[in-house]
Design a protein around this ligand. Structure first.
Ligand SMILES: [Zn+2]
Length: 68
């Protein structure tokens, strides 16, 4: 009997891949990407990876200055 709790391999792969890369995590329950700013630990979330990149750049350039 196969359990229904096996995660989708593709989703798991993506999550691990981006987690390693930039601390970006895909929450497949809410369908959103989230991460913490590496400079100030502010939680950021976005509906797509593209928008996340914009939010992150805006945040680090205008809000916490990315630790610079
Ligand atoms: Zn920040």
């Amino acid at each position: 009997m196969i359990t229904m709790e096996i995660p989708d391999p593709f989703t798991t792969f993506r999550t691990k891949k981006y987690n390693r890369a930039v601390g970006l995590r895909y929450d497949f329950l809410s369908g959103e990407w989230d991460m913490k700013c590496r400079a100030c630990n502010e939680p950021l979330s976005a509906p797509t990876k593209k928008i996340m990149t914009k939010i992150r750049l805006y945040h680090t350039r205008n809000e916490c200055l990315g630790g610079y």
